[in-house]
Design a protein around this ligand. Structure first.
Ligand code: SAM
Length: 307
């Protein structure tokens, strides 16, 4: 991680979710929230929740999935919100209190692959969004989901697929290494320094990084290994006009909680001259109204057999 300043009472997860995800920019925060809302609706469609059920939202963050589930189902839904981040659990609890639904919620601090305090076969639905990406043993987490589900219970989840970003970082490294140093453009070197600070850039590092070492097909395999015989997965790849057009937002935001923002990477790894050179080349690309972003999100549904 970078040498970013830490706000007291926060951790890397809350720093990213509450600040760095949108680079402190209200307009971009609004755009991000709209995107998250779309993912959440899709996860809850797959959950097929009913009145009187119990839902677990694993790695709840701000509580967006759980709180939207309560909005959809109403006062009979019981919700357990889990996370490894104490600041995020407190944040989600405050959100629940603000909406007057605190009484329907239980907050548990535990990792996705050890859902301590949740008894076997006790819940109807497990949902999670953008959490397994940060869990090293995804099969162990899915096994825990299987353990706590009642027979006939369902998992509905959404996870980003970041593998392509790491392969791009690795490809830039390969190009640089294949040329004599004098044949490599200074911009290319800086581009690699930036990308490699946010994503693993060698085969060895990619294989050992939980964020990038899986594809949609691996997730199906993990779910089967965890005891779900019936699995449905959809990969959604969306390209759209880039939502970031401001250089300030671009350098102060980052694509995932463990990635430092470009501003921190430049401060730590670039000389003043390199920063100027990089901004001169990169800024017109960021500010180009024809800029395109790509989003790769997988949605997985699975049911625990009835008996
Ligand atoms: C990208 S955020 C997603 C938050 C939320 N699910 C959402 O949809 O907005 C990742 C969340 O996973 C949590 N997390 C990270 N590692 C975890 C783990 N091993 N087990 C459970 N939660 C974890 C973080 O604290 C953070 O709240």
């Amino acid at each position: 991680m970078s040498g970013e300043a830490k706000t007291p009472g926060e951790d890397p997860w809350s720093q990213w979710l509450l600040h760095r995800r949108h680079g402190g920019d209200a307009r971009f925060q609004h755009v991000m929230r709209a995107a998250v809302d779309r993912y959440v609706e899709r996860v809850l469609d797959g959950a097929q929740l009913g009145a009187g059920q119990t839902l677990v939202d694993v790695g709840t963050g701000e509580g967006v999935v759980a709180l939207r589930a309560i909005e959809r189902v109403g006062s009979t839904l019981r919700v357990l919100l889990t996370d490894v981040s104490e600041p995020m659990l407190r944040h989600a609890e405050a959100q629940a209190a603000e909406r007057g639904v605190r009484g329907q919620c239980t907050f548990l601090r535990c990792p996705a692959d050890r859902l301590e305090g949740i008894t076997d076969g006790s819940v109807d639905v497990v949902v999670t969004r953008s959490v397994l990406a940060y869990v090293a043993d995804k099969t162990a987490a899915l096994r825990e989901f299987h353990r706590i589900l009642k027979p006939g219970g369902r998992v509905s989840l959404a996870e980003p697929v970041f593998m392509d970003e790491a392969l791009a970082a690795s490809a830039i490294r390969t190009v640089i290494e294949s040329k004599p140093p004098e044949g490599v453009s200074p911009f290319m070197t800086l581009l690699h320094r930036w990308k490699a600070a946010q994503y693993p850039d060698t085969e060895e590092k990619i294989l050992s990084s939980p964020i990038v070492n899986y594809s949609e097909r691996d997730l199906i395999q993990f779910a089967k290994l965890a005891g779900f015989p019936e699995v449905h997965l959809e990969l959604h790849i969306d390209t759209f006009p880039s939502p970031v057009r401001s250089w300030d937002v671009f350098i102060n935001s980052s694509p995932h909680p463990l990635a430092p923002p470009l501003a921190a990477i430049m401060a730590e790894h670039f000389t003043a001259e390199e920063r100027q050179l990089f901004e001169r080349s990169m800024r017109p690309i960021v500010e180009d109204p024809k800029g395109i972003s790509t989003d790769r999100m997988l949605y997985l549904n699975a049911s625990k057999p009835l008996g």
